[in-house]
Design a protein around this ligand. Sequence first.
Ligand code: HXC
Ligand code: NAP
Length: 275
Amino acid sequence: MATVFDFNNKTVVVIGGTSGINRSIAESFAAAGARVAVASRSQDKVDDTVTALESAGAQTAMGIAFDVRDAMAVAEGFAAIQEAYGEIDVLVSGAAGNFPALAADMSVNAFKTVIDIDLMGTIHVMKAAYPHLKRPGASIINISAPQSYLPYEGQAHVCAAKAGVDQITRTLSMEWGLEGIRVNSVVPGFIDGTEGAKRLAPSPEVLKGLTRSIPLGRLGACEDVANACLFLSSDQASYISGTVLAVDGALYQRGSGSTGEMMGHMLRAASASKK
Ligand code: HXC
Ligand code: NAP
């Protein structure tokens, strides 16, 4: 994979980096020569990703299995990464969970599960990484979603969680700015072939309608998101902090309108057929 950015001798950590968009981000930093550490719940996915990162060109690669809901395990994981690779230059925090469900049909625990993974997971990761970040110079990227600022039917849990993630980004860019730590969010639009897109567009018809609603006329690719992360973590972006960068084919300009409505209609029909 050709890259215009050089992350040789830099330590990059990607939390939730073992599938989909985040794995592609990890592989792109590997191709740019970084030392890359990934973490997620499944040891098998971690092992498979470490092998792929080595093949992609990483200076070296490691992985740890933990659940971002377990603050203690996250802190232990970061201590192990620091011991192996030293200070962290780049942190990408992207572990997340999602399922479409109307709020009325969701248990309180279902709502809380997404808050615990996406929102509490983000603060667990940020706080555990903090003592190990390079000062000055570290770049943190939280992987958010359009749900942060666009309300979608069937996504109350994700909307609440990702809005919180972006407010953590904005707040910590101020709290940590004087130490030379930059904090940004990247918002992928609908990204082709990913678990997230499969869950939100479960049929070819929904996928077609969704694609039509994107002004650039196509779903995004994982590499589109990874390229933005490489740029935001490079020296060329050294004055960019506290920003929420959409990589969404201008999806935001059109709002959640037809996609949200389609999802709401589908979920209401499913809910009615159960009654
Ligand atoms: C209603 C549901 C549900 C569903 C689970 N629950 N799925 N409720 N509809 N479809 C409820 C369960 O009944 C349970 O509540 C609670 O949620 C917790 O479920 P568990 O299965 O015990 O949770 P867990 O094993 O921790 O798994 C978490 C998960 C799972 C989020 C439910 O799907 C997961 O691990 N996802 C990770 C992968 C993923 O989601 N990737 C997509 C990310 S995309 P009760 O009351 O029964 O105990 C993304 C944004 C995409 O984040 C944006 C696209 C634009
Ligand atoms: P994905 O393939 O399901 O990736 C999720 C990753 O997070 C996996 O590596 C998963 O590995 C890990 N993970 C999940 N729960 C975890 C937990 N509790 N603790 C630790 N790790 C956990 O999803 P994706 O669709 O590529 O989405 C990746 C990111 O992009 C997410 O932040 C999502 O919100 C965002 N996003 C996606 C889209 C899209 O179109 N796909 C759009 C907007 C935003 P394990 O299963 O091993 O834990």
